[in-house]
Design a protein around this ligand. Structure first.
Ligand code: FES
Ligand SMILES: [Fe+2]
Length: 352
């Protein structure tokens, strides 16, 4: 009998062995990382070369020269073509061989084609769709409206962990792990109050205590001086919007995690933290150029905090993975019901 989404075997499959659902957009690189110098990225064991052509458009091809299968990412961009480092064959953006420098008069260009991937450049990231071509318009990249909004200050931290993506998602959805970050004062005393599952998302609503309140100009300095911080209650909402994660802490902070699973035991993700300046209601009266200057100059102001949190999380997540590999039979004792919902969604997506 064919396996269906709701069959017991689907929902019982070991979550650490799950594949990904390819029919979603994945953040494969930051916009600034992709230039006319090709780079290599991996999404679920698929090696992909990314480059910008002479007109600034981004392309994604299999990172494999059809001539002798070496990596195209060692090569160069020549106009709108990608030139392989080995013998100088050139591929066009459709993945077809367009130039062989030593082609004899009586030879034809080889009829070979490598895979290309749909790409979108949006909100500071390069988004790639690894799924079925006919599904490409059935979903859209997660939108980050704060990226260009002048009232939000952004910080980006890269998460590279040797672990299955499920460990990262479960870390992000279980706010009781604030215990780990006590010395960074990220949030305190979380209590899960409400949980919703809907289609491709899980929303978990916690009540927590926050250390920061961005309501006066001087209060920005709380980000730098712990002595100025006062705990106060704030809602802490976290959502798994497959395959990514979003959260809000009160009305001052918004955080996204764009997940790019590399393999069964490796995951890259981009954590993007936005501090809102919306409380300063006169801000919109200032000249746009000045507001842009403030936004750009404060870019990365939460870097130390964010990198510190990531380091602590990665240590735990990788240890979970190693323990699993050594003893896959050991069962966890989980009390947070949000994680049951998250695992159910991961399983359903991996099998759909
Ligand atoms: S291997 Fe790429 S040109 Fe020969
Ligand atoms: Fe964390």
């Amino acid at each position: 009998m064919p396996e269906t989404i709701s069959s017991p075997s689907t929902q019982q499959q070991d979550v650490r062995q799950l594949a990904i659902n390819f029919n979603h957009w994945y953040a494969i690189a930051r916009s600034t990382e992709v230039t006319t110098q090709p780079i290599s990225r991996t999404l679920w064991q698929q090696a992909i070369v990314l480059y910008r052509d002479g007109k600034g458009a981004v392309h994604a091809l299999e990172d494999r020269c059809p001539h002798r299968q070496v990596k195209l990412s060692h090569g160069h961009v020549i106009g709108n073509h990608l030139e392989c480092a080995y013998h100088g064959w050139q591929l066009n953006a459709k993945g077809e061989c367009a130039v062989v420098p030593y082609l004899a008069d009586n030879q034809k260009l080889p009829n070979c084609k490598i895979r290309t991937y749909p790409i979108r450049e949006q909100d500071g990231f390069i988004w790639l769709f690894p799924g079925a071509v006919e599904q490409v318009n059935s979903t859209a990249p997660l939108s980050l409206p704060e990226w260009d909004h002048l009232n939000y200050i952004a910080t980006v931290s890269v998460i590279d962990c040797e672990a299955h993506y499920s460990y990262l998602i479960e870390n992000l959805m279980d706010m009781y792990h604030g215990h780990l970050h006590q010395d960074y004062q990220a949030w305190a005393d979380p209590v899960l109050q409400d949980l919703q599952e809907d289609g491709d998302r899980v929303d978990a609503h916690y009540q927590a205590q926050s250390y920061y309140k961005i309501d006066k100009i001087w209060s920005i300095s709380q980000l730098f001086f712990p002595a100025l911080r006062r705990l106060h209650p704030e809602p802490l909402d976290v959502s798994y919007v497959y395959p990514h994660w979003t959260s809000t802490l009160g009305s001052d902070f918004k955080i996204y995690c764009l997940v790019c699973p590399i393999s069964q035991t490796a995951t890259r993700a981009y954590l993007i933290h936005f501090t809102s300046l919306n409380a300063f209601w006169r801000l919109h009266k200032l000249p746009v150029a000045f507001r842009r200057f403030v936004k750009d100059s404060l870019f990365g102001s939460a870097q130390k905090l964010l990198d510190g949190l990531v380091r602590q999380d990665v240590l735990m997540i990788e240890e979970e993975q190693q323990s699993y590999l050594a003893h896959p039979e050991r069962k966890n004792h989980e009390l947070n019901r949000a994680l049951v919902s998250v695992q159910r969604l991961m399983r359903t997506q991996a099998h759909s």
